[in-house]
Design a protein around this ligand. Structure first.
Ligand code: SAM
Length: 335
């Protein structure tokens, strides 16, 4: 059995949010006017529940799992969960990945790497202390920088730096990010900088003027460096380029200007146990209560397949998404 939707897209990539809590307050992720009401712990999936669902998803053809949040490293004993998910490599999982804001990475990088995470994305939107604080609500850039350094030392096979580019906020740091990544990468592994177009979620202050299209980011990059397009996998969301002569590559996540719905192979599992087939669509089906009612595995699988049928062919245009009050915020969905 495979995870194929109504539009013949095969799903092999599951993003699991392990918590809705975060130790940063990024304005574009956490809605400004929404009181921070974290879900009670008993509403979140336990490690055992995440492990069980992951095993089921892998049996249905998922070969890549990314752990995200909220901030995954604020969840107690996370390496323990990673370790048991790492064991799914014996049953078909090929890639165990994680996205983090890096604040607690210096402490945990080694354990995460030992647990089997090979692909690590660290979010860092500014290299300027004041600006970092303005964006994230915390004066903790130095912790992120130490975290990234620790991760580089641990030798993760893939390290990517996620940068959400927002007009008038950090669009003057694009070249600085490349220099920073190159400085880190020297004599170690290649580091990739992923420039992400600012996406609309309810209450996150998005408007089209704040989106810097990837073509403009690329133009800025080409004003200083020679770049060469890299061949992408069919379901890749990023457009990748080598920076000639540098130990750095750059990528663009072009959700706003060139969406990639037709090749989307992703599903999300929210921290409170709902399967969400599309980031920009409010449809979700809870698996948590099924798990807690001892529902049979056949019924859980059927529910996953039913959820897949809710996946739209493509998401709505950006302007309409910004006004979709039914969709959850990024922090609640899991980025
Ligand atoms: N706490 C972790 C982190 O900061 O990387 C993982 C969760 S975070 C929601 C995952 C990614 O989503 C981050 O790289 C973040 O920058 C990105 N993100 C959140 N809101 C976004 C938005 N409105 N537009 C584009 N990217 C966004």
């Amino acid at each position: 059995m495979q995870l194929i939707d109504n539009y013949n897209r095969k799903h092999s990539y599951l993003r699991i949010s392990v918590t809705d809590r975060c130790n940063l307050r990024c304005f574009y992720c956490l809605p400004k006017d929404e009181d921070i009401i974290w879900k009670p712990k008993n509403k979140l999936l336990s490690f055992e529940e995440i492990e069980k669902l992951s095993r089921i998803f892998v049996s249905l053809g998922v070969d890549k799992i990314r752990i995200t949040g909220g901030e995954p490293l604020v969840r107690n004993a996370l390496p323990q969960l990673l370790k048991s998910l790492g064991k799914l490599k014996q049953s078909g999982l090929k890639t165990l990945a994680m996205t983090t804001n890096g604040l607690l990475l210096a402490k945990h990088a080694h354990a995460i790497s030992q647990a089997g995470v090979t692909h690590l994305n660290v979010s860092i939107d500014s290299l300027q202390r004041d600006r970092f604080e303005k964006i994230t609500g915390r004066d903790q850039l130095s912790d992120v920088l130490s975290g990234v350094e620790a991760a580089v030392k641990c030798g993760f096979p893939s390290i990517k730096l996620n940068v959400v580019v927002i007009a008038g906020v950090n669009d003057d740091e694009i070249l600085d990010m490349i220099e920073y990544a190159n400085g880190l990468a020297q004599n170690r592994s290649m580091i990739n900088v992923r420039f992400i177009e600012f996406m609309p979620f309810v209450g996150n202050g998005w408007n089209i003027e704040k989106v810097i299209p990837y073509t403009q980011i690329l133009q800025q990059i080409e004003s200083k460096y020679k770049v060469t397009p890299l061949k992408a996998e069919p379901s890749a969301v990023a457009k990748d380029f080598a920076v000639d002569g540098y130990d750095t590559s750059v990528s663009f996540i072009t959700s706003m200007t060139e969406s990639f719905c037709s090749t989307c192979n992703r599903l999300r599992l929210t921290a409170d146990g709902s399967i969400k087939p599309c980031l920009f669509d409010s449809s979700e089906i809870s698996l948590r209560d099924l798990l807690r009612n001892n529902t049979s595995e056949e019924v859980i699988i059927q529910t996953i397949l039913d959820a897949l049928k809710l996946k739209p062919e493509a998401h709505e245009p950006a302007e309409d998404l910004a006004a979709d009050y039914n969709n959850r915020s990024m922090i609640q969905i899991g980025g």
